[in-house]
Write a protein that binds this ligand. Structure first.
Ligand SMILES: NC(=O)C1=CN([C@@H]2O[C@H](COP(=O)(O)OP(=O)(O)OC[C@H]3O[C@@H](n4cnc5c(N)ncnc54)[C@H](OP(=O)(O)O)[C@@H]3O)[C@@H](O)[C@H]2O)C=CC1
Ligand SMILES: O=C1OC[C@@H](O)[C@H](O)[C@H]1O
Length: 399
């Protein structure tokens, strides 16, 4: 009963975080949002309300009415609307950092423009349509002395860190294989969604697959050397778009990783909706680990560890851990801030602000990591015989 109450309290508070008083000691970072995107409220607006050094100051949308309605709903002071709205937001001197939740195919252009305007950027995943664009963005950010972060929010949650800590402890032995799945039933992603639009950088590998590859690379601490096999489900109206992709990749030391992503799992027997499939499983020489629900661990997750025991290793020891706050991590060498109701996005914002303020964040996703993830996506698309998502035609005026 108490754990059921704990669940409801945690989930309720995650979606309704207490407002933090604005800091009087450290000037808050003022964000501007490019596009009234669906992901902006959970990924930035809610978390910022709970961060004393973050304020969402402005939103720009292609339609002024949409920008105004969004601003009113979320208590945002400044709106920009119309054809030049995004440019106008970038030229606003009151803005320190830009959140870019535009469709993938527009990430490169608007991140480059934001950096050119001297803004730090919190950039939605995947960074861009290609690894080359990703490299250019991070090089430009470095040149300008600005912070650019690909929003792989799950990487900031303590459950993910505990998972990595267990793997690094050697408890399950050397990693032999990994399976990472992120798949949702048909009907959740609507047919006109940006995820099904090739020109905008759509496809399941870009959308959910980018997490699965990121997670496989993170857990193995290595990069894929080749793609062994792929199988894709094409979108009937545009076969360049993968509704689902499964791929097995080779990693150094004979490690393999299978990734499964799907934007529309077909109903069983044609009418029974499938459950979402969200997990990371690791098989080691001495046991196995499953991190169930690695993308939104605040709602619910568990880490199940099974290790061989007894004579000849025939028995199995099994235990389960739940790590909702950094305090649940035993022997942590870091000082982490966080509460059990902090979402992955709240942890991510903490890290982003820490970085902007010159503090050391508890976790980070490096430029090299983001570039390597796009390279892995490209390797899978190439092996599957699908074209890479179209590179942007945008060039900085003096580039
Ligand atoms: N971190 C996470 O958990 C998640 C990340 N994402 C990522 O965030 C990004 C946005 O996803 P999501 O919020 O679901 O998408 P939405 O479709 O809700 O938002 C995309 C925004 O892009 C703007 N836009 C500009 N040009 C176009 C165009 N040609 N066609 C369509 N939209 C356009 C629209 O802004 P305007 O208001 O100006 O019309 C729209 O609000 C993607 O990169 C996605 O991968 C998505 C969901 C979860
Ligand atoms: O980033 C994301 O996270 C969760 C998924 O359901 C969604 O499609 C994706 O864009």
């Amino acid at each position: 009963m108490s754990s059921l109450f704990g669940f409801f309290k945690r989930v309720y508070t995650a979606f309704n975080p207490p407002a933090a008083p604005v800091s009087t000691e450290s000037t808050p970072i003022r964000f501007g949002i490019l596009g009234a995107a669906n992901i902006a409220p959970p990924a930035l607006i809610g978390p910022a309300k709970n961060h004393s050094e973050a304020t969402v100051y402005a939103v720009a949308a292609r339609d002024l009415g949409k920008a105004q309605a969004f601003a009113k709903k979320y208590g945002i002071e400044k709106t920009y609307g119309g054809l030049n709205a995004y440019e106008e937001l970038l030229n606003d001197p009151n803005i320190d950092a830009v959140y870019n939740p535009l469709p993938n195919g527009l990430h490169f252009e608007w991140t480059m423009k934001a950096l050119a305007a001297g803004k730090h950027v919190l950039l939605e995943k995947p960074s861009a349509d290609t690894s080359e664009e990703t490299k250019k963005m991070f090089e430009f950010a470095r040149e300008k002395g600005l912070i650019l972060l690909e929003a792989f929010h799950y990487r900031f949650h303590p459950a993910v860190h505990r998972t990595k800590q267990i793997l690094e402890s050697g408890e399950i032995g050397a990693i032999k294989s990994v399976e990472v799945s992120l798949a949702v039933p048909k009907g959740i992603v609507k047919s006109d969604d940006i995820r099904f639009n090739y020109q905008l950088g759509g496809g399941s590998l870009m959308d959910m697959g980018c997490y699965t590859l990121n997670c496989a690379r993170f857990l193995t601490s290595s990069e894929p050397t080749s793609v062994i096999s792929t199988s894709t489900i094409p979108l009937s109206s545009d076969p360049k778009v993968d509704v689902g992709t499964t791929a097995t990749l080779a990693f150094p030391s004979d490690v393999t990783a299978t990734i499964i992503c799907n934007l529309a799992l077909a109903p069983t027997l044609g009418f029974i909706p499938q459950k979402p499939k969200v997990w990371a499983k690791v098989v080691g020489e001495n046991g196995e680990l499953t991190l169930y629900q690695f993308v939104l661990p605040t709602l619910y997750h568990y880490i199940e560890v099974s290790t061989r025991s007894g004579r000849g290793g025939k028995g199995m020891n099994k235990r389960t851990e739940k790590v909702y706050s950094p305090r649940d991590i035993k022997d942590s060498d870091k000082e982490w801030k966080g509460e059990d109701w902090w979402t992955t996005y709240r942890y991510q914002l903490e890290a982003f602000i820490d970085k902007l303020k010159g503090r050391t964040p508890a976790a980070w996703v490096s430029a090299e990591d983001s570039i390597a993830n796009l390279k892995a996506i490209e390797m899978v698309y190439k092996k599957a015989g699908l074209p890479l998502r179209p590179a942007s035609e945008f060039k900085l005026p003096d580039a």
